[in-house]
Write a protein that binds this ligand. Structure first.
Ligand code: NZQ
Ligand code: ZN
Length: 386
């Protein structure tokens, strides 16, 4: 039987205002309400080197606000607690994140922490209870889609744990493709891998649920495959970066997942690799996704065939040969970005696999569209990614 699933019921509402294009940071004074107590959050200082900090401060000249610096990649709850304390002391009721996914994700937790008396890590584990204070972003790194979604991923360094929580969406996000020109090559590669994998997590499940969601996802995959080599060759082309930025946003802003099954096992395993080894998020996905496809190729058989044909023009050979080819082409795509795709290339060994299996088992979790990626299957995926 080819089509066993139908479209699921769903509710869709994405309230984020997207402000896209050259020079749009100028619009900040109109976008941020007049009478708020504003805190602007930043990362480690890239914005001072590339002129984004100056653009933001010039636009907000005369507007009183405080700044919080030092939200690190894979934002640490230990740092965010300090921002929450400072926000409470200053009666902050609006946040503007200026940075990549980490600054914005961290700000989502600050927005929840300021509104509540609960400890920040409790919020990550148990969810938001009090309504978050409003927040918005100037997004400087196309990758996570955090600029137009309600998720955030937070790390607790003390215990090497990394989990996500959900809440409100940003009020607005400014996306100026020119701010990406200063990104290092590795961050661009990881951003392309992240956006590509977000589409796969919501697409590479089963066929026949929704023609429109399939075509929308395939449009994003084809676009990313088309622009990736051009971007890796020229990282300062406005039109390419505009397509990249918009692809990353559309890949994870709820648009391509209406009524369809989702996987996310690769992300959950990837978060463990980041938590334990600090591997950049997008890079973990390049390592895990090929393994996920190999281990679950029977379950994903018909979707892999559809993907192979529509994305990579794979039409020759037996069904099983076409499936293998589609998986190879996926791995080749990640490698074409300059990323490695196996644990051994990163010096990660069996002890890490055992630890991740143990963690999944202790938490009694199972991911994937069939909720069958438990500790045992996660272990198989990681062994396949050795
Ligand atoms: O901290 P600064 O100095 O700003 O430097 C950053 C950071 O070192 C730098 N950077 C950002 N914009 C730049 C720039 N450098 C030069 N020019 C620019 N324009 O890049 C480095 C990495 O930044 P980071 O924010 O960590 O990267 P990314 O946007 O990829 O975010 C990764 C985090 O997002 C989470 C990941 O798990 C990870 O913690 N994710 C969030 C999701 C969500 N909210 O929906 C979904 C994703 O699947 C992902 O899990
Ligand atoms: Zn991701």
């Amino acid at each position: 039987m080819k089509h066993t699933t139908i479209m699921n019921n769903f509710t869709f509402q994405n309230p984020t205002k997207l402000v896209f294009g050259k020079g749009q940071i100028e619009l900040l004074p109109e976008l941020i309400p007049e009478d708020v107590n504003l805190m602007i959050t930043y990362g480690g200082g890239s914005v001072k080197k590339n002129g984004i900090y100056d653009q933001v401060t010039n636009a907000l000249k005369g507007r009183e606000h405080i700044e919080f610096w030092g939200i690190e990649p894979n934002p640490h709850v230990e740092t965010l607690r300090k921002a929450i304390k400072q926000g409470k002391e200053n009666n902050i009721n609006f946040l503007l994140a200026v940075g990549g996914g980490s600054v914005l994700d961290g700000t989502k937790l600050i927005a929840a922490g300021i509104a509540a008396d609960t400890d920040a890590w409790e919020i990550v584990l148990n969810g938001v209870t009090e309504k978050q204070i409003p927040y918005a972003s100037v997004m400087t790194l196309p990758a996570t889609g955090s600029e137009m979604n309600n998720g955030a991923v937070i790390t607790r360094v003390e215990t090497q744990e990394k989990y996500s929580f959900g809440g409100d969406y940003p009020q607005f996000s400014i996306l100026d493709p020119e701010v990406t020109y200063s990104l290092p090559e590795h961050q661009i590669a990881c951003g392309l891998a992240d956006a590509f994998t977000h589409v796969l997590e919501q697409y590479m499940t089963t066929t026949g649920q929704s023609r429109i969601m399939d075509r929308w996802a395939e449009g994003l995959l084809l676009t990313i495959i088309d622009i990736a080599p051009k971007i890796m060759a020229n990282r300062k082309d406005y039109d390419l970066m505009a397509d990249f930025m918009l692809s990353a946003t559309l890949a994870l802003n709820d648009f391509i997942r209406m009524g369809v099954s989702q996987d996310w096992a690769t992300h959950m395993i990837g978060h463990e690799l980041t938590a334990i080894h600090g591997t950049t998020h997008g890079h973990t996905l390049a390592i895990v996704m090929p393994g996920t496809l190999r281990v679950l190729k029977k379950q994903k058989h018909y979707k892999l065939l559809q993907y192979g044909e529509r994305i990579f023009n794979i039409t020759e050979g037996s069904e099983n040969e076409r499936v293998e080819r589609a998986i190879e082409k996926t791995e080749e795509f990640y490698r074409s970005l300059g990323l490695t795709t196996s644990l051994s290339e990163e010096g990660i060994g069996k002890d890490t696999i055992d630890l991740i299996v143990k963690r999944f088992n202790n938490r009694n979790v199972a991911y994937g569209e069939k909720r069958n990626v438990n500790g045992k299957v996660a272990g198989e995926i990681l062994v396949s990614s050795m």
